[in-house]
Design a protein around this ligand. Structure first.
Ligand code: FES
Length: 181
């Protein structure tokens, strides 16, 4: 019996052991393929991170803005201006906002957005002598009750801010649909 037959039949009933070596062509294919995949994936990682970055930002305390002392709020709506830091991906800005803040019949403080629900002009309280104690829009004459209910022209009520009272200060956050009417 030859040496080769001895190597492939070592032990009764055992299958012959086959050694498979990688060819030079396979080695180059794997190496170049792996390097190419690495070079393509590396620039994509920051792009993926950038695109999902806003989702990773926590919406916490920074969403609330301290606007005014709660003791200054009356049943008569008053206009307040505030700014809010907004971070959108790598871009940050500090746009200005306006809120009309007052107390309802139960003494609860609420804040309305001044953006008219007709075409987006700015409403103001008691600015038309023909429509006392209402919000009035000078653009096309929409008017609203103190709670923001639309009475003419606009087809929806004024939006409302999220309100929080803490340590006798009024904090405002996001704008939401009106819950008063
Ligand atoms: S935008 Fe206010 S009435 Fe048209």
């Amino acid at each position: 019996m030859s040496d080769a037959q001895n190597q492939n039949n070592n032990g009764a009933g055992q299958k012959p052991v086959l050694k498979k070596e990688m060819s030079r062509r396979q080695f180059l294919t794997y190496t170049l393929g792996g390097t190419g995949a690495f070079l393509v994936a590396t620039p994509l990682i920051p792009m993926i991170r950038f695109s999902i970055d806003p989702l990773l930002q926590s919406k916490g305390e920074s969403d609330w803005v301290k606007v005014v002392e709660a003791s200054k709020i009356t049943e008569e709506p008053q206009e307040f201006h505030f700014s809010k830091l907004q971070i959108d991906g790598w871009y940050s800005s500090e746009p200005k906002f306006t809120a009309w803040i007052s107390k309802d019949k139960n003494g609860e403080i609420f804040a309305l957005s001044p953006v008219c629900k007709h075409l987006g002009c700015t409403v103001s309280w008691n600015s038309n002598s023909a429509l006392p104690n209402e919000y009035f829009c000078p653009c096309h004459g929409a008017h609203y009750t103190k709670e923001g209910k639309n009475l003419a022209v606009a087809d929806g009520p004024l939006d409302e801010y999220d309100v929080r009272i803490e340590n006798d200060f009024v904090y405002l956050s996001s704008i939401k649909p009106n819950s008063k009417v």
